[in-house]
Design a protein around this ligand. Structure first.
Ligand SMILES: Nc1ncnc2c1ncn2[C@@H]1O[C@H](COP(=O)(O)OP(=O)(O)OP(=O)(O)O)[C@@H](O)[C@H]1O
Ligand SMILES: O=P(O)(O)O[C@H]1[C@H](OP(=O)(O)O)[C@@H](OP(=O)(O)O)[C@@H](O)[C@@H](O)[C@@H]1OP(=O)(O)O
Ligand SMILES: [Mg+2]
Length: 329
């Protein structure tokens, strides 16, 4: 094993956004060498490394979609990982896969015990048909109510994954194009909280979100999620209706946010996560509407130090495991 070498693969876009060169400096200061993995060439010949840090959601999504080059890349990485069981992988590829499928992700959240803390995931179901009648039956069976939000089943890795539509009535059911997941719309006064997780550390920030919507005869509203909930988004869909301005806003309880962070991290068995939470008007309950792999971490204080801290912890755990196996034999 080669000590202190961290291989990473994240997109150029993410490197720019995160000021990646700063991470290189932090790693060097702590005696680590950071290098970008070349996915086009043989992994074994790139020198040993004992940590792999990646955001390969786009590549995994393309591979799932039959892209041959991406399938090959993922196969090579998975083979490398299986040949090097001592490698610390942040995050393991099968765990990241859970988040590429929104239906799977919502099912995992729904199976946690967060309901004990008044935290829920809005009722949802997968739509795999283009028949309005069958869709109506599905909605009824899963208690999905109007208005609902329809999202591509793919949660990451393409423009399509972020195209959404709000559906107000059954006359507009043909706006849902399968394969998709529909989720009851939760009114939350246009305020969203993003919890960013780096191992045991987490931090949450407030973001703009969609205004309140009610069942009505309106036509569906199509939007891109990236136009709504970025820090600098100023979508007209976020402007509260006059009569909704009087609805009381509640701030998140730090204990509940902590409970959400630790439970979701455990449920997905991942260390780099973003969780989108809204607080329902009137009930004050917390709805988890989305979980993302390796989010943007916009506003996370000292993100790179937290990331290196996580790497060190994972290495220490791995070393302990190796030692206990050696001691046993
Ligand atoms: N069930 C819901 N109830 C109310 N608003 C919702 C619901 N689901 C999504 N939204 C709104 O739509 C936006 C986009 O939803 P979502 O986070 O699922 O999209 P996404 O493409 O996965 O976004 P990202 O990956 O950037 O977080 C949210 O920020 C929120 O404003
Ligand atoms: O655009 P940003 O950098 O902020 O990060 C977004 C990130 O894009 P990037 O990792 O490709 O950059 C998205 O990933 P994909 O679904 O597209 O894979 C997704 O995780 C969003 O939730 C992140 O936004 P945030 O939730 O943090 O606001
Ligand atoms: Mg998302």
């Amino acid at each position: 094993m080669t000590p202190n070498r961290i291989a990473y693969w994240v997109s150029e876009k993410k490197m720019k956004k995160l000021n990646w060169f700063e991470f290189e400096g932090v790693c060097n200061n702590f005696g680590y060498e950071l290098f970008k993995l070349d996915l086009e060439s043989d992994l074994e010949s790139q020198g040993g490394f004992n940590v792999l840090l990646h955001k390969l959601t786009d590549t995994i999504a393309l591979a799932n979609n039959g892209d041959e080059k991406c399938s090959n890349t993922i196969r090579l990485i998975e083979t490398y990982i299986s040949r090097h069981p001592e490698l610390v992988v942040i995050d393991p590829i099968p765990n990241v896969r859970q988040l590429l499928d929104r239906y799977m992700a919502y099912s995992i959240i729904a199976a946690t015990d967060l309901y004990k803390y008044d935290v829920f995931t809005p009722t949802f179901c997968e739509i795999v048909t283009n028949s309005k009648e069958e869709t109506e039956v599905q909605l009824k069976n899963h208690n999905v109510r109007f208005p609902f939000i329809c999202k591509h089943v793919l949660g990451h890795g393409s423009k399509q994954a972020h195209e959404m539509v709000i559906v107000f009535n059954k006359d507009s059911l043909d706006a849902c194009k399968s394969p998709c997941v529909v989720q009851t719309f939760i009114n939350h006064n246009a305020t969203l909280y993003k919890i960013f997780i780096v191992g045991e550390q987490y931090y949450y920030i407030e973001r703009p979100s969609l205004k309140n919507f009610y069942p009505c005869n309106e036509k569906p509203i199509f939007f891109y999620s990236s136009d709504v909930s970025k820090a600098d988004s100023t979508s007209s869909l976020s402007v509260l209706d006059k009569e909704d301005e009087v609805i009381r806003r509640s701030s998140p309880d730090p204990n509940i946010m902590g409970k959400i962070a630790s439970t979701i991290r455990k449920a997905f068995n991942m260390d780099l996560l973003g969780i989108d939470v809204v607080i329902e008007n009137f009930t004050g309950k917390y709805a988890i509407i989305d979980v993302n792999a390796y989010p943007g971490y916009d506003g996370f204080p000292n993100f790179f130090y937290a990331l290196l801290e996580l790497i060190k912890e994972k290495e220490a755990k791995r070393d302990l495991k190796i030692k206990s196996v050696i001691d046993r034999n």
